[in-house]
Design a protein around this ligand. Structure first.
Ligand code: UD1
Length: 421
């Protein structure tokens, strides 16, 4: 097991290049099995969730290879069914997209219940409701195997009781091959919903309205291979923006879509950070003492729950009080115990965190309790006095590409050490 060792106190300076969006890539890669041909996917982030998908698709019979560092070729011509025998699906949340993709192409699919970050109950009832509305049956066995199947899929009108990224994408996948029209109402609007829809359309699907709360899908009979480029990672970019603010730095964030960053840009500007936007990059720079703000996480275009944890670390070192309300995830404050070990003063319930800013944090041994909490711990380590040792960093490797090198290039003193060293 590796750890990160961080010596705090450096102001970040320089340029960081943002990779492809994890949450889009982990939807687009399984969606590629829907076409009996070859897809070339560009700007794929080199993260562990992608490595696991490479294994899963190979296991299912696809030919998967990297043509260069970030270009993935997926040939699904030889996949005959979508029944995943092993437990790879438990390694991440996004494996649930195999259910919608397999149901669409093969009219049946089966995986074990998905894994992913422990941020509270993460049911898949809305996915199930959508599949059933399209004519499928969904069974979950006692040992956690999900089996979805249908004689045929027929378009339907589906209202999602709760805005769900996963259910919106999964229903969209299954509906691509359904007869007639499917309408998803109260759909999620995140940039990766649009990206996945664009990818499906590039293969020949007929999806309109992605990015609004009503998505219309006209079923098609076939999909063909295509070349597609994944959008930049909004959450990775946001993590570096917040790290720049916390360390009083001055950095350029390159290869981004500034529009996708608006929920974060708006909050950082409100706190007093300098932000200059260019075509596909942004300068984020510290000008004056930052003031605390309140945050409520909400579905896009609200403040993303995936940046709640990094933002709380920034708020923890500002002079004054702030309130963070978690409006999306069910239980995403467990990491606060770790930050408090470093001297932060945060009280929390399941949904609210009351932050009393402290003048400084102190390095300590802490744990990455999940993926984004891990990024938050890195930021805490960067601003803390002394040494911070972060364990369980496999969570971070699931979703952040090359993170220690990217931070090192910005001047951070961070290194990966093996446990036995
Ligand atoms: C996705 C993202 C995750 C992000 C989250 C919210 C991926 C792989 N993961 O997760 O990084 O934090 O969106 O932006 O893209 N819910 C139900 N029933 C369902 C589905 C969801 O009650 O059938 C609830 C969840 O428990 C959660 C909320 O709805 O409280 C949001 O879930 P959803 O948007 O589906 O998030 P995930 O797909 O889990």
């Amino acid at each position: 097991m590796s750890k990160f060792l961080i010596e705090g106190g450096t102001k970040l300076k320089g340029k960081v290049n943002i990779g492809g969006f994890k949450n889009a890539a982990v939807a687009i890669i399984p969606a590629a099995i829907m076409c009996p041909g070859k897809c070339i996917i560009q700007n794929v982030p080199r993260i562990n969730d992608v490595n696991v998908f490479e294994e899963i698709l190979t296991e299912l019979g696809a030919v998967v290879e990297f043509l260069d560092e970030s270009t993935m070729s997926i040939d699904s011509s030889n996949i005959k069914s979508c029944y995943l025998e092993n437990g790879l699906s438990k390694k991440m949340r996004a494996s649930y997209y195999l259910l919608g993709a397999g149901l669409g192409r093969f009219k049946q699919s089966s995986t074990l219940m998905p894994g992913g970050c422990d941020i509270g109950e993460r049911p898949i009832d809305l996915h199930k409701k959508g599949f059933e509305a399209l004519g499928a049956t969904v069974d979950v066995s006692e040992d956690g195997r999900v089996i979805v199947k249908a004689d045929k899929l027929v378009g339907a009108k589906i209202y999602l009781d709760k805005v769900s990224v996963g259910a919106t994408i999964n229903i969209m996948l299954a509906a691509v091959y359904a007869e007639g029209k499917t309408i998803i109402e109260n759909a999620a609007k995140e940039p990766h919903i649009v990206d996945t829809a664009n990818f499906l359309n590039a293969m020949g699907a007929n999806i309109k309205g992605a990015g609004t709360d009503t998505i219309r899908i006209n079923g098609v009979e076939e999909l063909v291979g295509c070349t597609y480029r994944v959008i930049p990672d909004q959450i990775e970019a946001g993590t570096y923006m917040i790290a720049a603010a916390a360390t009083k730095g001055d950095i350029i964030i390159d290869d981004i879509i500034p529009k996708h960053m608006e929920p974060i840009t708006a909050k950082l500007k409100e706190m007093g950070m300098g932000i200059e936007e260019y075509g596909d990059s942004m300068r984020v720079f510290y000008e004056k003492e930052l003031i605390p703000v309140n945050i409520q996480t909400l579905p896009y275009p609200g403040f993303p729950t995936d940046l709640q944890q990094p933002m709380a670390v920034l708020l923890a070192i500002l002079n004054g009080e702030s309130l963070v309300v978690e409006g999306v995830s069910e239980d995403r404050f467990k990491y606060i115990n770790e930050i408090n070990k470093m001297g932060a003063n945060i009280e929390y319930t399941k949904t609210h965190a009351k932050i009393n800013g402290v003048s400084h944090l102190k390095g300590a041994p802490v744990k990455a309790t999940d993926l984004r909490a891990g990024a938050a711990m890195i930021i805490a380590g960067l601003v803390a006095e002394g040494l911070t040792e972060i364990s369980d960093i496999y969570h971070i490797d699931r979703g952040y590409e090359n993170i220690e090198n990217k931070f090192m290039n910005l001047g951070a003193k961070i290194r990966r050490i093996k446990d036995e060293q």
